[in-house]
Structures are given as C-alpha cells and as structure tokens.
Design a protein around this ligand. Structure first.
Ligand SMILES: *[C@@H]1O[C@H](CO)[C@@H](O)[C@H](O)[C@H]1NC(C)=O
Ligand SMILES: *[C@@H]1O[C@H](CO)[C@@H](O)[C@H](O)[C@H]1NC(C)=O
Ligand SMILES: *[C@@H]1O[C@H](CO)[C@@H](O)[C@H](O)[C@H]1NC(C)=O
Ligand SMILES: *[C@@H]1O[C@H](CO)[C@@H](O)[C@H](O)[C@H]1NC(C)=O
Ligand SMILES: *[C@@H]1O[C@H](CO)[C@@H](O)[C@H](O)[C@H]1NC(C)=O
Ligand SMILES: *[C@@H]1O[C@H](CO)[C@@H](O)[C@H](O)[C@H]1NC(C)=O
Ligand SMILES: *[C@@H]1O[C@H](CO)[C@@H](O)[C@H](O)[C@H]1NC(C)=O
Ligand SMILES: *[C@@H]1O[C@H](CO)[C@@H](O)[C@H](O)[C@H]1NC(C)=O
Ligand SMILES: *[C@@H]1O[C@H](CO)[C@@H](O)[C@H](O)[C@H]1NC(C)=O
Ligand SMILES: *[C@@H]1O[C@H](CO)[C@@H](O)[C@H](O)[C@H]1NC(C)=O
Ligand SMILES: *[C@@H]1O[C@H](CO)[C@@H](O)[C@H](O)[C@H]1NC(C)=O
Ligand SMILES: *[C@@H]1O[C@H](CO)[C@@H](O)[C@H](O)[C@H]1NC(C)=O
Length: 841
C-alpha cells in the first residue's frame, strides 16, 4: 500500500496525431524490429509473464505491439501497467534496443519500473510518451530535448535558457513525482502553455514570480498542489487573467490573499486550503461570477465575512471555509446568490443562532458546521432541508432540543449513505427512531435518554456511536439486523440487561464497546463468532461467570478490556495460545483466581497486562521477559486507530492505573506499556527477567506476598537510567517479605539500605527533580522518548503550567500525534498507597 502512495508519475502529453488511428496489424513485422523487441524483452523482468505472447514470427500480433498497416513498422508500444495487482505486473529492468524502432510514435511505459530512460530522448518520432506512475523517475530523462516537440527539460538542474524553447507545449503535467528545487524562471516563456500541473512533488520557492512572463496570459490551469511552495501570493496574480483553475492546496503559502484575485473573471475553482494564509478574505472575491469552487479551509484567515463577499457568486457550488478564524456575519434575511452543494464552515463563528439563510439552499449534500459557536434550538425547517444531505457535521456546538428525524426522501436514495456527526451537543429526549439510510451515526456526548430505538432500518449502518448519554434499557435485539456494522460503541450510558446472544451474527464487527453501563449476565458463547473483532471493551459492568471458551476464536483481537466486573475462574491459558495479536489485556478488579498461566508469555505484542485486584496466586512467571513489545524502547508502528472505510475512524481507549491515578489513554496508546499485578495473592520472588523490560513505563507489584530481594538491577539503578521507572518503592509496598533497595528494609546480611535519594525521586514538590525530568524528556525525543513518558505525565498532573509545553513537544516531535489524557476519579488505588497522598494540582 505504502508503495502505491509513493508512486511517481510523470506525464508528458504530446498531442497524438491522427495517424495512429489507422494502425492495424495485418502486415507481418520487419525482422530487425522483431529482434529489437525480443532483445528489449530479454532485458526486462516480467514476474507476471505479461509478455508471453511475444514469441513467433509476426511481432505485429504481439500484445501491446501495433504496426503500420502500410509499412509494417512498429508504430505503437503499449505496456501500460494499470492492473489491480500493480506490483506483480510491474515490468522491471533496463530499457534497451528501442532505438531500432525508428517509426515508434506512441510509447506507454506507465506503471512500470524501468531504468535507462535517457534512451527515450532519441526516439525522434515519438508523439505520445507516457511515463506516469513510474518508480524510477526522480528526474526527467535529460535528453528529451531531442524529441520533436520538446526541446529540453530538466527540472532538477534547470538549464533555463532551453526551457523556453518548448514553445509549442500546451500541457505540462509532472504529477506525483519527486521533483524538487525551484521552478526555473524560463518557464515564463512557455507562451502556449495552458495547463501546468505540478501536483504532488517537492518543488519549493515561489510559484507566481517565475511565471511572470507571456505564460501569464496563456495559462488556464495552474496546479502546484501538494508541494513545498512558499512566499506570498503577489498582487500581479491578477494579471493571469485567463486562469480558470488555481489550485495551490497543501503548500506553505503565507500572507494575505491578494485583492486582485477578484479580477480573475474566468476563475472557476480556487483551492487554497492547507496553507498559512492570513489576513481577511478580500471582498473582491465576491465578484467572481464564474466561481464554482472556493476552498480556503485550514488556513489562518481571520476577520469578518459579510454578504458582500458573495455578491455575484451565483455559480458557487462548493464553499469551504473550515478551520479558519472567520466570523460569518450575515443577516438572518440574507438570500445568497448561490445554491451550494457543499458547505463547510467548521470552526468558524456562525452562531449563536442557527444560520437562517441555510433554508434557501436546496441542493446541499454535505454540510459541516461543527464547532461553530452555535447555541440554539434545532429549527423545525432543518428537518425538511436535511432530508437529502448525505454528510452532516454539527458536532461541538451547543445545539439543543430534539434531533431531526433525518428521513430520506431523495430521488437516488438507493446509493444514499448518510454520515451524521452530532456529538458534543445538548440534544436531549428519547429517540423514537434511528435516522434512516445512515452509515455513520455519532450521537455521543449528548443528553439523550430513554431506550435505544429498535428501528428496522438498521441494516445500512456501519458505525453506531452513542456513548456518553443517558440511554437506558437493554441493548435492542434489532441491532442484530445490522449485519454490516463494524463499530458499536454504547459505552457510558445506563444500559442494563444482558448482551443479546444474536450479536454474534454481526460478523463484520471490529469494535464492541459496552463499557461503563450496568449490563449483567455472562458473555454469550456466540461472541466467539465475531472473528473480525479487534476491540472488546466490557469494563465496569456487572458481568459474571467464566470467560467462554469460544472467545479463543477472536484471533484478531488486540484489546480485551474486562475490568471491574465479576468474572471468575482461572485466567484461561488459551488467551496466550490463541489471541496472539493481543496488545492490551486488562482483567483488573474481577474474581479471577489461580496462577498466571505461562502461556501469556507468548503474547509478544502485549503492552499492557493488568491483573490487579483479583485473587491470583502463585509466582510471577519467569518468562515475562518474553513480552518483547515491553522490552522495546521504541514501539512498533501498530496503528491503533485504523480507518475503517477510509473515512470514519474509531479511537481505542484504555484505562491505566498508575501511581494512584486512573488515566484514560486514547491518542497515545502506542506509548503505553504497563504491568499491574497489584493486590492479589502472588508469592515468590520478583523474577530477574522483569528488568529486561526496558520499555516498561509502569509496574505495580504492591499488595501481594512477594518475598526475597528486589533484583539488584532494579534496586541500585544509577540516576538517569531507563529502569528508574521501577525504582519507586511504592510499587513494591505491602509485600512484607520483600527487602532491598529501593525499600528501606534491608535484606539479611546487607548493611542498612540508604533510600534517601529514592525518596527524593518520588516527591513531586522537588523542583530540581522536575527539571531533571523535563530535560531528560527534551533530550530523549529520539529512541528514549517513550521511556519515562508516563513518568513525565505523572509529573504533569501536578504541574499544570507544564502541560501546555509538553503538548507542544509531542506535536513537534511527532508531527500530527495529538494527545488526550483524561484524569479520572482516584477511586481505586489511593487506599493502597496511604503513605503517599497525592495532592491535586
Ligand atoms: C490486410 O491489409 C490489406 C491491405 O494491405 C487489406 O486488404 C486486408 O483486408 C487486410 N487484412 C486484414 C485481415 O485486416
Ligand atoms: C540487453 O540484452 C542483450 C542480450 O540479449 C545484451 O547484450 C545487452 O547488453 C543488454 N542490454 C542492457 C542495457 O542490459
Ligand atoms: C498515462 O497512463 C496512465 C495510466 O498508467 C493514465 O491514467 C493516463 O491517463 C495516461 N496519460 C495520458 C496523457 O494518456
Ligand atoms: C525498481 O527497480 C529497482 C532496481 O532496478 C529496485 O531496486 C526497486 O526495488 C524496484 N522497485 C519496485 C517497487 O519494485
Ligand atoms: C540529440 O540529437 C543530436 C543531434 O541530432 C545528436 O547529436 C545527439 O546525439 C542526440 N542525443 C541523444 C542523447 O540522442
Ligand atoms: C533554444 O533557442 C535558442 C534561441 O532561440 C537557441 O540559441 C538554442 O540553441 C536553443 N536551445 C536548444 C536546446 O535547442
Ligand atoms: C500574517 O503572517 C505574517 C507572518 O507570516 C505576519 O508577519 C503578519 O503580521 C500576519 N498578518 C496578519 C494580518 O495576521
Ligand atoms: C463576530 O462578530 C459579531 C458581530 O457581528 C460579534 O458580536 C462577535 O463577538 C464576533 N465573534 C467573534 C468570536 O469574534
Ligand atoms: C474549535 O474552534 C476554535 C476556534 O473557534 C478552535 O480554536 C478549536 O481548535 C476548534 N476545536 C476543534 C475541536 O476543532
Ligand atoms: C470457533 O471456530 C471454529 C473453527 O473456526 C468453529 O468451528 C466454531 O464454531 C467457532 N465457535 C464459535 C463459538 O465461534
Ligand atoms: C478471594 O478469595 C478469598 C478466599 O479464597 C475469598 O474470600 C474472596 O472473596 C476472594 N476475593 C475475590 C475478589 O474473589
Ligand atoms: C520465551 O521466548 C523464548 C525465545 O525467546 C522461547 O523459547 C520460549 O518458549 C518463550 N517462552 C514462553 C513461555 O513463551
């Protein structure tokens, strides 16, 4: 997959003249050309045997070869690879022998992995050359200048005076390559160029000023999207007066939008999202009567937007302003000149009233007004206008009242797949039905109450997220009709009753989160049929009984979160044998008894093992060093938050009790490593192997009956060592038989242990320590970053002012990883650390 994303592509579109239309293959081929083709083939690797027809006398009948019906010369060679099984079908190797094909006018080598392309520069008859999606291309073949229409081109090391010789060129597409460097100034002389498409390269520098020449009146489409262009957009951009499409998304353009954009009267599409543009939107844009698409989202634009900004935008179909600081100020009587299909104003200021002018828009299919400071009752008319909107995002507002019914009354309702994001509002009341034709329904964090509606339209639904409301009653059996569903999140409600047996029918289910409800009964055997299941959260309910043997069929599972129930029995050995992808195993606060099965050591991906507060006895298995994910300093690339259908995603979460705190982790799960065996009846010594778990960030062995000496490696760690996380006496507390550092109790025969230093390490108030930790963190952004991270968080709970700094650091170090930590009630653990009362910040 990754390889596909990195496809390199190059288009040289040289107009194909009509002679190719008369090609046929009925004259047998010329011997020298046949031999050339055989040699060409011989120098290629062809895993899929695509060239198997290349045998026998008449090369004109070979696949991909077309000869002139008049002369028998090979005119066309089409070896395009656009097959599904792209990698297998790729031809590899070196291009050779093609020079012999003197009449070749059409050559399509796209999608292959061939080198020695310089040769192509000598194919003087070429009219059509397609090298799109080619793996090897970092650089245009240097001698393409010898081709009839192109004079010279090398964008890596511009030879600028030659560039302008390609005056015939009308279309230049260099999409999805790895070109870097600046655009040569000479491009401004490409006086016939209509389309300049540089999408998806690494060009840098400015784009407009190198084009300030005769090209500025010929250019109709300028597309440098997804590059690294910088600088401001100059006011003379307004002189590119024939521009119809200006697409500069995903670069680093800064400064204001020039007011001269209002003079580009042919402009149909302006796409400028994902830059650093600031200032306010020029009112002149409102004059672009041909403009259909206006996308300014994800910039730093600010200021007010008035109706004058839209004066004559009568053609506008898409308006995207999301993620700017724009304050939309239009009166409630405003009648816009446009009929939009897509309206995105997420994180703009639209409220506090729900915008009335939306009523006039009859063709909207996608609406994003999330986080838009709307605190209003949902107006009645929205019910009518919303019936054909496919995507609705009103999340993160203060919308009140009843939810519209979202009934579908559209013409093409067959393919209608609604996505409704209404989370984090104040919608309330019972729901009589679930919205129809809905694929994604997120109603989390609202005030809905009453039963989850039975609904009989459920079979379209793919993701159902109703968490954190006041829903009560049972899980409706009708949910079992939703055979395509992949995510069910009903957590944090007041649901009671049992898990319906028929949930086992939902073979596509990936996430089942029923945590924090009042459900009871046993886990039905049928859940074993959910072989796609990856996340199972049943935490904090009243389930009881043993874990059914059928759960060993859940071979995809990564998170098994059964905390705070009344499950009983021994910890099943098959967890270790069968659930080999398991990353989080949390059985805390149940009634499991017996010893820890050594089979758990097979779980090499395990990052969290929480068996605390059970009745577990026996020794800590000496094979714990086999948890290689915990031994690693740097964590795997395991994707905890996969996209399910390419657009919707579920965020896993896990509760970790650490040093007296319950921490709920979501976005940074990848960093969490923890073993908690506290408050059981575990006996014996601490195995030396535990000290091999260098990546372990949290260990709690307190409240057991461990005996003997704490392993030396833990006990006498030099300051600054990774293992310091284990160097905290509290995690061993309550084991009367333990001795040695970091405990104050010395082992028989030792001189008295000095624990003065170590006490300092756990005293939050000490400024010096905290600074040390911060420095360590800064310095450890490389491999050591992960280690001690939790320790650092811990400190943060007490140092509010650091929190901000910390988040910055993580964002800097990891680009787009965001961090969310929720400190939950300190319910469980305090009593086990009476020595160490932790104050709130
Ligand atoms: C082969 O070309 C000749 C003309 O050179 C034409 O008359 C004949 O129909 C063609 N045969 C086929 C099978 O296309
Ligand atoms: C191509 O194959 C021929 C033999 O078939 C060999 O002589 C020639 O060197 C090869 N060319 C390249 C560029 O590898
Ligand atoms: C070049 O080939 C690709 C497929 O590999 C195709 O999508 C593209 O349209 C072709 N370009 C031209 C100009 O024909
Ligand atoms: C393309 O070919 C080069 C060597 O010619 C090879 O190293 C590379 O792995 C190939 N790429 C793919 C995607 O097969
Ligand atoms: C380009 O054409 C010139 C003149 O026709 C010739 O001398 C030169 O060798 C050609 N270059 C290549 C790489 O074919
Ligand atoms: C480009 O054009 C200039 C003048 O028109 C000429 O001197 C130069 O040789 C040309 N370059 C090439 C590579 O053809
Ligand atoms: C826009 O950003 C630049 C820095 O890129 C800054 O100098 C300028 O003051 C900003 N302008 C506004 C209006 O915020
Ligand atoms: C938006 O503009 C209105 C005036 O139209 C003003 O009352 C309000 O405070 C502004 N809101 C923000 C967030 O700037
Ligand atoms: C909501 O909008 C504000 C600005 O109005 C922005 O700072 C904040 O990041 C947005 N929140 C989300 C979750 O998008
Ligand atoms: C478990 O899987 C086996 C084989 O895949 C299957 O025969 C059995 O019915 C499954 N049991 C349950 C409860 O899913
Ligand atoms: C643990 O076992 C003891 C005796 O075996 C029993 O009294 C106690 O209830 C059990 N505790 C739990 C949480 O199961
Ligand atoms: C632990 O790993 C070793 C190899 O590293 C393996 O031989 C052994 O069987 C594993 N033990 C358990 C209980 O999984």
């Amino acid at each position: 997959m990754r390889a596909l994303v990195m496809l390199l592509a190059l288009f040289f579109i040289i107009t194909l003249d009509s002679s190719c239309g008369s090609l046929a293959s009925n004259v047998s081929c010329l011997e020298n050309e046949r031999e050339a083709l055989i040699q060409f083939k011989g120098n290629l690797t062809d895993k899929a045997n695509r060239l198997r027809s290349w045998a026998g006398k008449d090369c004109c009948t070979w696949k991909g070869v077309v000869c002139s019906s008049r002369t028998g010369h090979v005119m066309k060679l089409d070896l395009r690879n656009d097959f599904d099984n792209f990698i297998i079908n790729m031809l590899g190797g070196v291009i050779s022998s093609l020079l012999e094909l003197k009449h070749l006018s059409y050559l399509d080598l796209s999608g292959n992995n061939l080198s020695s392309v310089d040769l192509l520069g000598s194919l003087k008859s070429l009219r059509y050359l397609n090298l799109s999606s080619s793996y090897w291309l970092q650089k245009v073949p240097h001698n393409l200048g010898n081709l009839s229409r192109l004079q010279y081109l090398d964008l890596n090391s511009p030879l600028p005076s030659c560039m302008g010789n390609m005056t015939q060129l009308t279309v230049l597409e260099l999409t999805e390559n790895q070109f870097k460097g600046e655009i040569p100034n000479s491009m401004k002389n490409l006086c016939s160029l209509r389309i300049l498409d540089l999408l998806g390269n690494s060009f840098s520098g400015e784009i407009v000023s190198p084009l300030y020449g005769c090209i500025r009146t010929s250019l109709k489409e300028l597309n440098p999207e997804r590059n690294s262009f910088t600088g401001q957009l100059p006011n003379y951009l307004g002189e590119f007066k024939n521009l119809e499409r200006l697409l500069i998304r995903d670069n680093s353009f800064s400064g204001p939008l020039p007011s001269s954009l209002g003079r580009l009267s042919y402009l149909r599409e302006l796409g400028a999202s994902y830059n650093q543009l600031n200032g306010s939107i020029p009112v002149g844009l409102g004059l672009l009567s041909n403009l259909q698409i206006l996308d300014l989202s994800h910039n730093s634009l600010g200021g007010m937007v008035y109706k004058q900004h839209f004066t004559t935008l009568k053609s506008l179909k898409e308006l995207r302003f999301s993620s700017n600081s724009l304050n939309i100020s239009v009166s409630s009587q405003w009648v816009p000149p446009f009929q939009l299909q897509i309206l995105e104003m997420g994180s703009c200021t639209l409220g506090p009233q729900f915008p009335t002018w939306l009523q006039t828009q009859r063709h909207v299919t996608s609406l994003d007004m999330s986080n838009a400071s709307i605190s209003d009752i949902m107006p009645d008319w929205f019910e009518h206008m919303s019936s054909c909107i496919e995507q609705v995002d009103l999340s993160n507002n203060q919308m009140r009242g009843k939810l519209p019914k979202f009934q579908t009354k559209c013409n093409d309702s067959a393919s209608f797949n609604r996505v409704l994001r209404l989370s984090s509002n104040k919608f309330d009341g019972p729901l009589s039905t679930l919205p129809s034709s809905t694929y994604y329904l997120d109603l989390s964090n609202n005030l809905f109450s009453g039963p989850i509606p039975a609904g009989d339209h459920n079979n379209e639904i793919g993701l159902l997220v109703l968490s954190n409301n006041h829903f009560s009653g049972g899980i409706p059996v009708s949910l079992c009709n939703a055979v395509g569903i992949s995510v069910i999140d009903l957590s944090k409600n007041r649901l009671s009753g049992r898990i319906p047996r028929c949930l086992g029918n939902l073979g596509q289910l990936i996430v089942l989160d029923l945590s924090n409800n009042s459900l009871h009964g046993q886990i039905p055997n049928s859940l074993g049929f959910l072989q796609q299941l990856i996340y199972l959260h049943l935490r904090n309910n009243r389930f009881h009984g043993e874990l059914p043997l059928s759960l060993q069929n859940l071979t995809s599972i990564r998170t098994l979160d059964l905390d705070e129930n009344s499950f009983t029995g021994v910890i099943p050995p098959w967890i270790g044998d069968k659930l080999s992808d398991l990353v989080f195993l949390s059985l805390q606060s149940n009634n499991f008894y017996g010893s820890i099965p050594v089979q758990l050591c097979h779980l090499s991906a395990l990052q969290l093992l929480d068996l605390a507060h059970n009745n577990i006895t026996g020794d800590i298995p000496s094979c714990f060093h086999n948890f290689t994910a915990m031994a690693a300093l740097e964590h795997n690339n395991y994707d905890f938050n996969p996209y399910y259908d390419g657009s919707e995603r579920y965020e896993d979460n896990i509760l970790v009790t650490m040093k007296g705190r319950e921490l709920e982790y979501t976005k940074i799960l990848v960093f969490v490593t923890s073993i908690d065996l506290s408050t059981n009846g575990i006996t014996g010594e601490i195995p030396e192997g535990l000290t091999a778990l260098l990546g372990l960030l949290n260990l709690n062995l307190s409240g057991n009956h461990l005996t003997g000496r704490i392993p030396e490696k833990i006990g006498r760690i030099p300051t600054g060592n990774q293992l310091q996380t284990l160097d905290d006496w509290s995690i061993y507390a309550g084991n009367d038989g333990l001795c040695g550092a970091p405990l104050t109790k010395s082992c028989p025969g030792d001189e008295s242990a000095d624990d003065g230093n170590r006490q300092v390490l756990v005293s939050e108030g000490n400024k010096k320590d905290c600074e040390t930790e911060l420095l360590w963190f800064c310095a450890g952004v490389g491999p050591g970053f992960v280690v001690g991270l939790l320790g650092f968080f811990f400190t943060l709970y007490f140092k509010r002012k650091w929190r901000h700094l910390y988040f910055q650091l993580v964002e800097d170090a990891y680009g787009r990883i965001f961090v969310a930590i929720v400190v939950r009630a300190n319910r469980l653990r305090k009593k086990f650390h009476p020595q160490r009362q932790i104050g709130e910040e």
